[in-house]
Design a protein around this ligand. Structure first.
Ligand code: NAD
Length: 450
């Protein structure tokens, strides 16, 4: 059994079973046996089942959100959005089964057609920072494309995934089509990667574990999608709407207590606007409400664990603190929003993914230097650019090496647009119209007519 802790209080409030290797193999093999019947479900019927699954999730949004507040310390507002996101992603990909069309390619002496064949069993490995959305981004398109799914939630945050597995059955999905297997990464996750019946791994988590998963997948040429770490830049040019950029900056890095792979944790400000911008930023940071995440007014809750808090604190100890916000005292893994001045790109807090409410700031001279500094990282997941110059917005958008960018905003992930990283932030794309294709292989068939 694994104890489940409320990060806002530090108290254990329940426990869940931790699956061993035999239980994991059993879940995978049941999913393998369920696959032929699931892929044979008529496209319209598979679509209807996914819509029903979405409808059942919708009825349980408040329940799921409550679980996430307790288990992950997410603010109630965020948690409701996350449960609603699972519903919406299911609804969106419920449109996919009837649209998984192949091509007819002109050839001599016959007809050539392509099919998008489902892969079989897909293994989805989820981190603790966004337990619901990341699960849904994997299982919804995978199921829509005709695969069966085994899903491993993170050890710290298993509750919503387990509940979603129950809701799938309640919605009428056949047994073993979608199975949640809670347990350790080194046991359940490793077995997903090594079991030959699992034909694709969809991994979201740290870059180090992602690399080892990718290496192990190579053994069986197993398909793999990786969504890994980030150290995204928020680039503010002097010609930007500075008030708007400063007001938006805190949420872009402190949302989910900074435990967000897309956190804009490196703030680059053009030197001519640097002092003005920091003066505008300070009140926005100190006003950021860090409180009991079940309160409707909360903008930020606690960190996920004592270990995470110690890790985040280690980045701040030696650094030059510009200013901080407030956080509750007492029990729970609280940490205040913190702004650090970077003195060089070599500073540890500037280079490494802190995964906490810590923003590092550095000035730049001109456009060329902004691009160079933004790209001086092994990551490339997200980022933002603030400017009133449209040409510059487009030039810098094209030049920054990252999978997702927003101009004059910090857009969050939209399920109907593609999402993923470049460099060591990942491999492959999730979401958007093409996601079901990445859970298929193309088969080419030639039919002789002569
Ligand atoms: P982690 O890598 O420690 O764990 C992620 C998942 O992998 C967990 O379920 C864990 O149990 C499992 N796992 C651990 N070892 C494994 C192994 N050897 N084989 C198979 N599975 C194993 O990451 P975390 O600490 O849970 O999550 C935080 C990280 O996730 C951060 O780096 C963050 O940037 C990243 N992340 C990325 C995205 C994205 O979309 N790019 C989204 C969210 C989080």
């Amino acid at each position: 059994m694994t104890e489940v802790i409320n990060p806002a209080t530090g108290a254990v409030f329940t426990s869940v079973p931790s699956s061993g290797p035999e239980e994991t193999d059993d879940a995978i093999e049941r999913a393998q046996r369920a696959f032929p019947a699931w892929r044979a479900v008529a496209p319209g019927d598979r679509a209807r089942l996914l819509r029903r699954f979405a409808a059942v999730v919708d009825v349980h949004v408040d329940e799921l959100a409550g679980l996430e507040v307790r288990n992950a310390g997410h603010t109630i507002g965020n948690a409701r959005w996350e449960a609603g996101n699972v519903r919406d992603v299911l609804d969106y990909y419920a449109g996919a089964p009837e649209r998984l069309t192949g091509r007819q390619i002109p050839v001599a002496g016959g007809v050539d057609v392509t099919f998008h064949e489902p892969l079989g069993v897909v293994g989805i490995i989820v981190p603790w920072n966004f337990p619901m959305p990341i699960a849904g981004w994997g299982f919804a398109p995978a199921l829509a494309a005709g695969n069966t799914v085994v899903l491993k939630p993170a050890e710290l945050t298993p509750l919503t995934a387990i509940r979603l597995g129950e809701l799938a059955l309640e919605a009428g999905l056949p047994e073993d089509v979608f199975t949640v297997v809670p347990g350790k990464g080194s046991v359940v996750g490793t077995r997903f990667v090594t079991h030959p019946a699992v034909r694709k791994i969809c991994f979201t988590g740290s870059t180090d574990v992602g690399k080892s998963v990718m290496a192990a997948c190579a053994e069986q040429v197993k398909r793999v999608t990786l969504e890994l770490g980030g150290k995204s830049a928020n680039v503010v040019f002097a010609d930007a709407d500075l008030e708007k950029a400063a007001a938006a900056a805190p949420a872009s890095v402190f949302d989910n207590a900074g435990q967000d792979c897309c956190a804009r944790s490196r703030l680059l400000v053009q030197d001519s606007a640097y002092e003005t911008f920091l003066a505008l930023l300070e009140p926005a940071v100190t006003a950021f409400r860090v409180e009991d995440p079940s309160r409707e007014t909360a903008q930020m809750g606690p960190l996920i664990s004592a270990g995470q808090r110690a890790s985040v604190a280690s980045y701040v100890q030696q650094a030059d603190v510009a200013f901080t916000g407030a956080a509750p005292d007492g029990d729970g893994w609280w940490f205040p929003p913190t702004v650090l001045l970077a003195h060089s790109t070599g500073d540890r807090h500037w280079r490494e993914e802190v995964f906490g409410p810590v923003l590092s700031v550095l000035p730049f001279r001109d456009e060329a230097e902004a691009i160079r500094l933004a790209n001086d990282t092994s990551y490339g997941l997200s980022g933002s650019i603030w400017t009133r110059d449209l040409g510059r917005a487009l030039r810098v958008s094209r030049a920054v090496e990252t999978g997702n960018l927003s101009v004059n905003s910090h857009s969050s992930v939209r399920y109907w647009t593609p999402f993923g990283g470049v460099k060591q932030s990942g491999l492959g794309r999730e979401l958007g119209p093409d996601a079901p294709l990445s859970f298929t292989d193309v088969k080419n068939v030639f039919i002789a007519t002569d």
